[in-house]
Design a protein around this ligand. Sequence first.
Ligand code: SDX
Length: 429
Amino acid sequence: MSNPAQIILDGKTFELPVIEGSENEKAIDIGKLRDLTGYITYDVGYKNTGVTKSAITFLDGEEGILRYRGYPIEQLAEKSNFLEVAYLLIYGDLPTKEQYAAFDKSIDDHSMIHEDVKTILHGFPSYAHPMGVLSSLICSLTAFYPESLNPNASEKTINDSIIRLIAKMPTMVAWAYKKSKGRPVNYPIRSLEYCANFMHMMFADPTEIYEVDPVVSDALNKLLILHADHEQNCSTSTVRIVGSSQASLYGSISAGINALWGPLHGGANQEVIEMLDQIKNDGGDTKKWIAKAKDKNDPFRLMGFGHRVYKNFDPRAKIIKKACDDILHKLGVNDPVLAIAKELEQAALNDEYFVERKLYPNVDFYSGIIYRALGIPTNMFTVMFALGRLPGWIAQWKELRNTKEPIGRPRQVYIGEKTRDYVSMVDRG
Ligand code: SDX
């Protein structure tokens, strides 16, 4: 064992192997720790714990680096499109022209959803949160495609499930929106590019012709690319641990959607815009709200700020902030909360509390301002995050399945009652 880690427990020295990744990340392999020492490790929130080796996404929180399969996020956001990035994440390489054409056609071929899904959709009240609707509709695919439940399904069956998810989620999202408005749903149009098709399904209405502004579809491509994967975050870890029990891809993705829903994770983009509106309606006194965010007795947090991994800057936030200015200018949208967001960012970046804790704007801080400028309602922002993250979830689930990882089953340190005998109700007094 070259250059092992040494740990001394109860006067005995134990050696544990050290592994190193392709970007020189180092980890102590504790796979044999309990057998060797009787001890386990303890790491609430897995802040220092690697749960897998992955070849999909690399991020460096100190340097603000994010790469999908080795390609820098800045280049992909600038030069690629969402469907091409989805192919890259899922299959490992950028597609050739022929591969892309075949992928695009397969997505078109599967973008319709079974008409019976409308029965499930109409079972929800119009005020249902679209994340709950989406996770239910995605899980319903296990009923329409029962072959997806087979843990030993063929590669073709697995790939069919992958294509159906990428193809049908935009339709489901748009149908959930139309349902909430009491308006008739739109069907996908093969001739439209992926993001343009989504915007058409969201906003077209039988009463008029709806043309998708290329500025809008370009903006959406960029946003979805920036959300497409982020290594072992909360929702991706959920998809992987559910998938590790050999649950279906549809069931694993539905679980990931629910994990993303939380306000500390993907739900933050909705919380940010509601926070910015609250600050605007309160008179726009950013100093007052910065003070509230620092006050331990105040439950208020500066939503869209801080990150478990990025301790310098979130490269996605930098790209989205710049895109904000460009897109709102091109669309002629003047949203006063953009100025408030920039003021908050500046105040925080010059405040000891945030600097000391390395709290910077994250991917959610500016994204909602763009979604609102595109006409997407606030309660759909987290669903947009899910739409973007889908290829990453799929790629991570596929990697776990291909490497045949064992079922995820963490340990614990028990702090409850020691053994005690049962006393019957009569004798308990
Ligand atoms: C996403 O993991 C990923 O990659 C996620 C994601 C992805 O692409 O999948 O990047 C997407 O989820 C981005 C994060 C969105 N969430 C928010 O914006 C919610 C607000 N931010 C936080 O609640 C918080 O920063 C987290 C959840 C993002 C990170 O939490 P950690 O790493 O567990 O850090 P922590 O809560 O322990 O905070 C450390 C300190 C604490 O102060 P002290 O106890 O040391 O005095 O920083 C403070 C916190 O109180 N703090 C904040 C704060 N975030 C952390 N104080 C005020 N406002 C904030 N936003």
